[in-house]
Design a protein around this ligand. Structure first.
Ligand code: PEP
Ligand code: MN
Length: 475
């Protein structure tokens, strides 16, 4: 995916603020004239308020003058693959941190998550015998929507943490101040992350014949590791066979991989600064990531986020909880994908197993009735978050598995394609979610709980889930 194609022009250099002088949107949804800044005419949910507009302008001007993070040709390639998945010929695997962090950034962290995603994809390719589209929640997953604007600790109330791209987790007035300069820092960290990912996906690290060398380090002794090893032995045998019959197994099909990046499209000043016009097609693209999704809290029909995304050519996602009615979902499809283009829109279902069994059939039925083209994927983690008595925000592996099971069951019943999975996970050996083969208990959570926001599956839990998904894909 990472082959630069058509060059991109910067969006209007003066567009950081007050871009709307000659391009007035109507404020009634999606009927006005779109521009990279037309979202400012709409209700900005979850948007940080900055003290100093001049500081925002300095930061966004700097990003506007900088290179796009992704290129239009790559974005179109992902779109093509998602279109195939929408028609049943592919499965989308998305995973990564809930929130990327400035402090925890390092090469190994990026590499470990990348490696586990490749391992999961391999397991799932064997299971489903369909292409797995690999997308990291990486290189831009910084901004977080919050259910409470403020956080109170010991009688002190301060603004909530909104991700490193906005403010800091540190519970001080200074830490929780919205800092426009953080957008520039997030941009630069994303360039590094992408550089690592581009190098690893094309530079030999992803060579299938090196499967055994992607050792599972800390998972060495687990059952998942031995299942994975058995599987890699099968892959090795298949490769030897292909080589014997004359297939070039040293060629790019076997040594390179395609890897894309995505994040929640939440902080619109940052997204706008990275919106660029493709010089070959004249289309606008959000060049902060290949795919962008709109969260459960910012998908209002008259909100700024749906206005922004409707004008960019990227594949889009939208998170859907049990609060969404079938009528609302059809409205969202009309706004985000008015021309009903396959691959344009991915519906990310996140509601917990029980509510999913109750609500998803109606949503699928409406989409089928209206003939909407969508890719259905499951986020089995966000509907399963709870707080333990010892104060940790966690998720239970069993509940996650149960939601996935429900997702596959409902699609089987409805005759629709279960098209992918969206996970909060890391390659590291964290203890943030309970359960799984290592039987992480609530008491264990304190051992290595380091997430900047929601609890993530660790490498073993993620791989275990991949085997479970693979089994369902085969069924
Ligand atoms: C997230 O993906 O981290 C998130 C906030 O999800 P949702 O919009 O589904 O709550
Ligand atoms: Mn999250």
């Amino acid at each position: 995916a990472f082959s630069p194609s058509s060059p991109l022009r910067s969006s209007q250099v003066s567009s950081s603020l007050n871009v709307l002088s000659d391009n007035k949107a109507t404020g009634t949804g999606s009927s006005g004239v779109w521009s990279p800044g037309s979202w400012k005419e709409f209700t900005p949910h979850q948007m940080p308020i900055y003290d100093d507009a001049e500081e925002v302008k300095v930061a966004t001007d700097q990003i506007e003058k900088s290179s796009p993070l992704v290129f239009a040709g790559e974005v179109r390639e992902l779109h093509t693959q998602l279109a195939k998945a929408t028609q049943g010929q592919g499965f989308l695997l998305m995973g990564g941190d809930c929130a990327e962090s400035f402090e925890q950034f390092n090469v190994d962290h990026v590499r470990d998550t990348f490696r586990v995603i490749l391992q999961m994809a391999l397991v799932m390719t064997f299971g489903g015998a369909i292409p797995i589209i690999k997308v990291g929640r990486m290189a831009g997953q910084f901004a977080k929507p919050r259910s409470e604007p403020n956080e109170e600790i010991d009688g002190v109330s301060l603004p909530s943490y909104r991700g490193d791209i906005v403010n800091s987790e540190e519970f001080t007035a200074e830490g929780r101040k919205n800092n426009p300069e953080n957008m520039v820092k997030a941009y630069h960290q994303s360039t590094q992350t992408l550089n690592i990912l581009r190098a690893f996906s094309t530079g030999g690290y992803a060579d299938i014949s090196r499967l055994h060398a992607w050792n599972l380090d800390f998972v060495d002794k687990t059952e998942e590791a031995s299942r994975y090893r058995k599987l890699t032995t099968k892959v090795d045998e298949a490769l030897r066979f292909m080589k014997a019959v004359g297939v070039d197994t040293g060629g790019p099909t076997f040594t390179k991989t395609e890897f894309f990046v995505a994040h929640e499209c939440l902080l619109l000043p940052y997204e706008q600064a990275l919106t660029r016009q493709d010089s070959t097609t004249g289309r606008w693209y959000g060049c902060s990531g290949h795919m962008l999704w709109v969260g459960e809290r910012t998908r209002q029909p008259d909100g700024a986020h749906l206005e922004f995304v409707r004008g960019i050519g990227n594949p889009l996602g939208v998170k859907i909880s049990d609060k969404c009615t079938p009528e609302e979902l059809i409205g969202i499809c009309d706004q985000m994908n008015p021309n009903n283009i396959p691959g344009r829109l991915t519906i990310i279902i996140r509601m917990g197993a029980e509510k999913l069994r109750k609500n998803l059939p109606g949503l699928i039925r409406a989409v089928q009735r209206e003939g909407k083209s969508v890719l259905w994927i499951s986020d089995p983690v966000h509907g399963n978050t709870y707080k333990t008595s010892n104060g940790f925000k966690t998720r239970n592996f069993e509940a996650i598995r149960e939601e996935l099971r429900a997702f596959f069951d409902v699609h089987d019943e409805m005759g629709s394609h279960p098209g992918g999975v969206h996970l909060e996970m890391t390659g590291e050996d964290v203890t943030e979610c309970v359960g799984g083969i290592q039987e992480v208990s609530e008491e264990d959570l304190g051992r290595n709980y380091i997430t900047a926001c929601d609890p993530r599956l660790n490498g073993v839990q993620a791989l275990q889930l991949a085997f479970l998904i693979a089994e369902r894909m085969r069924a």
